[in-house]
Design a protein around this ligand. Structure first.
Ligand SMILES: *Cc1c(COP(=O)(O)O)cnc(C)c1O
Length: 361
């Protein structure tokens, strides 16, 4: 097999090697058709079967109820920041946003362009190191929706409890945590995720939306952003990202082979616990996030001396550990340990960190 490093990139992130090998093996001649899967019409029976199987496997993995539609869209999670208010709110209507970090604030800023988006709770007071407890959320009575970002990819803040919003639809940006563990989809009105963290390559955005929310758009919604239009056209109002859907489908199959999301949750829990335990025991590394709000997927950490950051990254790379640099807005390091990162890879990272800390002392 060719040389593969441990890639801790936050996104586009590592894909399971087995998935890439399968794609490679069938790249030139997909299912004996003599063409690659990306050279097929999206309207062909064969490609429709790719979409149907991908959707079925995703439905099985997440236990998606029948009254929810699965949409395979483009534009990233970022375009959903606009699509959500344009589909679910009317101009001037209130929408509640929970501010837990950079991604929730981006969603809020876009929401404000189309409705009366407001902050109903913020992690600001804690310096974005913890999630504001539900008891402190000040939700509006007649909000169009409540928007949450259960995993803040940059800050490394996560909550896996699902807030109670009564009749108000709960909308969640699950870009960096979907498929990391089981999820009760029935508690949400809408879930969305850019694929390039834990689903597949970039170019695909998965939206899971409850059917009764398909018809709330107020008329100005661009056709391509309309959930109703996309649902009625099987996500093929225009040409979908066929290669990305195919690859996501392979990832869903791989997840089923691993034992599904309960099995992934156990592995992910252990991976994160090991890395946090090592950081907490060390007097050289630090993670500032309150224990109950720590992400399983994105683990930021700093070194005792920032001057050593460059050397840490260089030596990590020489050891085959890539993309550990923190986001430019927070500095330090960040290890993204999505589903495709094995427990062994986390072990190798800890081994390297330990040796580095010893060396520089
Ligand atoms: C990466 C990310 C986004 C942005 O996704 P794009 O697909 O690049 O638009 C939004 N929200 C969260 C939580 C993310 O991790």
């Amino acid at each position: 097999m060719s040389h593969r490093v441990d890639n801790f990139c936050s996104g586009p992130a590592a894909l399971p090697t087995a998935v890439l090998e399968k794609a490679q093996a069938e790249l030139l001649d997909w299912q004996g058709m003599g063409v690659s899967v990306m050279e097929l019409s999206h309207r062909s029976q064969e490609f429709q079967a790719v979409c149907d199987t991908a959707e079925k496997n995703l439905r099985d993995l997440l236990g998606i109820p029948v009254n929810y539609r699965v949409l395979f869209l483009q534009g990233g999670a970022t375009l959903q920041f606009s699509a959500i208010p344009l589909n679910l709110a009317s101009a001037g209507q209130v929408a509640d946003y929970i501010d837990t970090g950079i991604w929730s604030r981006k969603a809020l800023a876009e929401g404000k362009r189309y409705c009366a988006a407001r902050v109903a709770a913020s992690a600001d007071a804690s310096g974005y190191t913890s999630v504001p407890p539900e008891s402190q959320w000040q939700l509006s009575d007649k909000a169009a929706y409540v928007h949450i970002t259960p995993n803040e990819t940059i800050g490394g803040v996560e909550f896996d409890w699902i807030p109670e919003t009564g009749d108000v639809p709960l909308v969640a940006d699950l870009s960096s945590t979907i498929l990391s563990r089981p999820l009760d989809v029935s508690r949400f009105g809408l879930i969305y995720a850019g694929a390039q963290k834990n689903i597949g390559p970039s170019g695909l955005t998965v939206v899971i939306v409850r059917e009764d929310l398909l018809d709330r758009a107020q008329g100005v919604t661009p056709t391509l952003l309309s959930y109703r239009t996309q649902a009625d056209n099987g996500s093929m109002y225009n040409t979908p990202p066929t290669l990305a859907i195919y690859l996501a489908g392979l990832v869903f199959e791989w997840l089923r082979e691993q034992g599904g999301l309960s099995a992934m949750a156990e592995i992910n829990r252990r991976k994160a616990a090991r890395l946090y335990a090592y950081i907490d025991e060390s007097d050289f590394y630090n993670n500032p996030i309150e224990v109950s709000s720590r992400s399983w997927m994105n683990i930021p950490f700093t070194l005792a001396d920032d001057q050593l950051n460059g050397r840490f990254l260089n030596e990590a790379e020489e050891s085959g550990l890539l993309n550990l640099q923190g986001h430019r807005s927070v500095g330090g390091m960040r290890a993204s340990i999505y589903n495709a990162i094995s427990e062994d890879a986390v072990g190798r990272l800890i081994g390297f960190m330990d040796e580095f800390a010893r060396q520089v002392r």
